[in-house]
Design a protein. Sequence first.
Length: 364
Amino acid sequence: MKKETTAFHGSDLEKIEAVYGIKKENIINFAANVNPLGFSKKAAGVLADDLSIISRYPDPAYTKLKNAISSYTNADSNNIILGNGVTELLSLFLSIINPLKAVVIGPTYSEYEKDLKRLGCEICHIDALETNNFVLTADEILKQTPSGTDLVILCNPNNPTSGALRRPELIKLAQAYQESETYLMIDETYVEFSKDSDEISSASLTNHFDHLLVLRGTSKFFATPGLRLGYALTKNAELLASAKAMQDPWNINSVAETVGSVMFTDEEYIHLVQKTMEDEKTYVCDALEKIDGMKIFPVNGNIVLAKLPKGSLTSDELFDILIRQGLMIRSCTSFQPLGNRFIRICFMSHEDNVKLINAMKDAL
């Protein structure tokens, strides 16, 4: 019997295990979007050499970690707020801004809307269209932004479409929202995977626009979802003061402080991840395009959005077939307004990518 799949996210391995009877250790997870190379060996070595850090309090100012992030992002170290992942920082800053009216640019990650609804906020959706490869221009976004909007949320590159705005478009948005005193929150969870990350990132723009807030995590690119380390960048004095007042002392543990301070400076690791993911992007996208009737959309991160051939399996049906082989993709039926023909795949090791492509060819 076909299982219910729309509730399965990339982190739901325990749920998959319970429903399908497949051990989570035997699942190749193409839905979690985590870099398959594992985390920095340099950082792992530092941690292994000094496990006594667990018995010490971290630096309450996190000076070394913030300096490492500052060098990595070209953002002022004074404008960095640390948090337990992007999820915590998202909730923190939404509660500080407390918008009455917000715009969510979609189709995108559902947690933005969930948090806004908890605040009782009026939500306006500006959705990119398939005909434009799910990418909006700055002019289109500004034109559709209602008057009185307090906050605009943009995921760049976007999850699940992998579309992205470039620097000129981002500057146009930042300038316009600065003038209207509208906060622009940009989630850059996937930006480091892009070979064009310098053209896509708004991190350094936070030095110039005080209504701009950039969120980043380490779970995906640095393969440390268990570390729960995220950071926000903004020069807005009010946001910075409120965040510091609301956060507990030592909100980042000593392991995250130590690992983070090293991995942001591990250039060899960073370049290896970028090259590997670029190579696997080329392989996976080329292979998908060769499947008759399959459509893929431009990729700017480590994920690709694909539309299944017309008249073939639905995304849930394909999920069901593949998960029984230990291959977990993401059915995009829960991403509004995408329908039941869209899937999202992240790039894994070459061997695993070959397994997935062959399984998809057989299924379709």
